[in-house]
Design a protein around this ligand. Structure first.
Ligand SMILES: [Zn+2]
Ligand SMILES: [Zn+2]
Ligand SMILES: [Zn+2]
Length: 117
């Protein structure tokens, strides 16, 4: 038996980013969106509104209502990175924030086979 005290910290992140802290498990996230996704999945049981189909939790009935649309297979898709959203406004915000593009038309997709999340 030999003591192993190798605490190797790989720091590839380049600088401290405080980001968003999950109040339930103290995990860090870069964006509020990431944090909300994490909470609705991992801590969904703590939230008042829950999807019966997949167990995700939401703080508001509106959030749950929007989420339920994903089970109906209707999405809006970012034409640049093909990420899917339930709300058209979310795609628009995503496109401006991530791609700096607010002109490319947003795609509406029907996909009943592959619900995201
Ligand atoms: Zn958490
Ligand atoms: Zn669901
Ligand atoms: Zn995108």
């Amino acid at each position: 038996m030999k003591p192993s005290q190798s605490q190797k910290a790989t720091s590839h992140t380049g600088g401290m980013n405080l980001g968003q802290l999950c109040p339930h498990c103290a995990m860090h996230f870069n964006t509020v969106f990431d944090l909300k996704t994490h909470i609705s999945w991992v801590h969904g049981h703590l939230l008042p509104y829950r999807c019966k189909e997949c167990g995700r939790g939401y703080n508001t009935s509106g959030g749950l209502h929007l989420h339920k649309k994903t089970h109906k297979g209707v999405f809006y898709r970012c034409p640049i990175c093909l990420l899917r959203f339930v709300q058209k406004s979310s795609v628009k915000r995503h496109m401006i924030n991530l791609h700096g593009d607010s002109h490319t038309p947003i795609e509406r997709v029907h996909d009943f086979t592959n619900t995201f999340g």
